[in-house]
Design a protein around this ligand. Structure first.
Ligand SMILES: NC(=O)c1ccc[n+]([C@@H]2O[C@H](COP(=O)([O-])OP(=O)(O)OC[C@H]3O[C@@H](n4cnc5c(N)ncnc54)[C@H](OP(=O)(O)O)[C@@H]3O)[C@@H](O)[C@H]2O)c1
Length: 303
């Protein structure tokens, strides 16, 4: 029997984790092994060590995260532990086992003062605690493992879990009229498209990973320290535009009113603008981006 290189995926029950599970079955190049929080709590260093010792993975895709942006303002310790400390520990294990780490980060590392799409090397300056923990996670992932790829993404939705699209659908069914902010701009990301991009990256890197037939010492170093990429669907819109599109595609009667952020205060501040420049990921990994509306139609067809 030929042993395929192993890919470990943490956070398997999140939006991205679920979409990766859907793709894994048909992937011939790797053996994917998925873990939920009970099977692998990424904040548990001993559990991480066990997994690395047992599987010596070629890739570790970290889909686990503390993603409750507003709650993070009051649960600072837990958010930091999961989004920063644990990511540093994953990276240390990756370094020891020459594993490539694919770690997902966020547009919320930026302060939103830009007027054109953020490039990977633009100055970060998170405006909320979640963004701060994710930025620390990026730093620890890059510092502790040279084979790290960070993918910053934004406004993630899917048919799984809780997200803006599902919340809007519920509210549009329950209410005659809803208000949605129109002064925060960014790009939606269908988790399925992000999962496809990640699988494409792993397939493209296959010849460079620590295949069990090749001794670790002869492996090329796949990545340097500055391996950050931006990914979302194509197009920059407001949450209001997003809601209107959901309403139109689903042909619902609910009235959608545009409101300013000042009329919808939240515990955590959000960046006013978080468009991401995707040129680097397109050129480096030959990724084709889908337009945000096309992907929204695809997702809504399943809801
Ligand atoms: N959602 C967005 O809009 C958005 C935007 C930008 C970037 N991102 C980033 O994209 C990535 C994927 O996001 P997503 O939307 O798929 O998140 P998600 O649906 O919230 O999934 C995160 C998963 O991580 C699990 N988890 C939490 N703590 C854990 C721990 N200590 N050990 C193991 N698993 C743990 C969660 O389990 P429980 O639910 O049981 O806690 C959940 O299943 C994250 O890194 C996130 O920061 C997301």
């Amino acid at each position: 029997m030929i042993n395929k290189p192993v890919i470990i995926v943490s956070g398997k029950n999140g939006q991205l984790g679920r979409e990766l599970q859907n793709l894994a079955a048909s992937n011939q190049n790797f053996q994917f092994i998925f873990f939920d929080k009970d099977e692998l709590n990424i904040a548990d260093e001993a559990a991480l060590k066990n997994i690395f010792q047992k599987y010596s993975p070629s890739f570790f895709i970290n889909c686990a995260a503390y993603t409750a942006v507003d709650k993070a303002e009051n649960e600072k310790d837990m958010a930091y532990k999961i989004n920063a400390e644990a990511v540093g520990n994953i990276a240390k294990q990756c370094n020891q086992f020459k594993t490539s780490l694919i770690h997902i980060s966020t547009d919320y590392v930026f302060d939103g003062k830009a007027t054109q799409p953020y490039k990977e090397d633009n100055k970060t300056n998170p405006v909320n605690y979640y963004g701060y923990t994710k930025l620390k996670g990026e730093e620890l992932a890059l510092e502790n493992n040279p084979r790290t790829i960070i993918i910053r993404t934004s406004w993630v939705y899917s048919k799984y879990g809780n997200n803006f699209v599902k919340t809007m659908l519920r509210l549009m069914h329950e209410r005659k009229e809803i208000n949605v902010v129109n002064d925060q701009l960014g790009s939606p990301t269908y988790a399925k498209d992000l999962a496809e991009a990640i699988v494409e990256i792993t397939n493209g890197q296959r010849s460079m990973v620590n295949n069990k037939d090749v001794p670790h010492s002869s492996q090329p170093t796949a990545h340097g320290f500055n391996n950050i990429y931006h990914f979302s669907n194509d197009g920059i819109i407001s949450w209001y535009d997003f809601a209107v599109a959901i309403k139109e595609i689903k042909q619902l009667d609910c009235i959608v009113n545009p409101i300013p952020t000042t009329s919808y205060p939240t515990p955590a501040k959000r960046p006013a603008y978080s468009g991401l420049d995707k040129t680097k990921i397109i050129n480096t990994f030959n990724i084709e981006l889908k337009n945000w509306k096309e992907s929204l139609i695809n997702c809504l067809a399943q809801l």
